[in-house]
Design a protein around this ligand. Structure first.
Ligand SMILES: [Zn+2]
Length: 163
């Protein structure tokens, strides 16, 4: 797994405010009714972590694995959170492999806006399937890209292959 390390962020870690959580799309999806999971692109609810489709994917089936707890502080992740995140990363790769047969994956974490992350208050591991001939990972981040499959369709397919 590729982890991009940004120790200078640590000095900015602060207490979670209600306003911060309210503005967090990951927390909003988790706190919303499970009956709205598809609308919220929430693919799987675990005990300590969840899997959600990226609404602005870099590639088809771009998923994110996140702790349920609202935190942007990687060092605060608890062993049980990390264990479930690892398990969900594995299950995500398995589901995407079965559904889409990609040639490879980029799996990683952006810590801090400066690292290329668009949102740094709630940790989210990216799982991006790659096919030969698609663009390079880093240039793709931050740039718009046309995704051939609708998110609805991707959600249904991954749900079917999820186990
Ligand atoms: Zn959050």
């Amino acid at each position: 797994m590729e982890i991009i390390w940004a120790p200078w962020r640590l000095s900015y870690v602060s207490k979670v405010t209600k306003e911060e959580k309210k503005g967090c799309f990951i927390c909003n999806a988790i706190e919303d009714s499970p009956s709205k999971d598809k609308e919220n692109l929430l693919l799987y609810r675990g005990q300590k972590a969840i899997v959600i489709l990226n609404r602005f994917p870099y590639n088809t089936a771009h998923l994110m694995v996140c702790p349920i707890r609202h935190t942007g502080n990687f060092l605060s992740l608890l062993p049980e959170e990390l264990a479930e995140i690892d398990e969900l990363l594995k299950r995500s790769v398995r589901a995407i492999k079965r559904a889409y047969n990609p040639d490879g994956f980029n799996i990683g974490l952006n810590l801090g806006k400066v690292s290329g992350g668009s949102m740094d208050t709630h940790i989210h591991y990216h799982v991006v399937p790659r096919w030969l001939g698609d663009t390079n990972f880093m240039p793709v981040i931050g740039g718009a890209k046309v995704i051939p499959q609708s998110l609805d369709e991707t959600y249904d397919i991954l749900k079917k292959f999820w186990e």
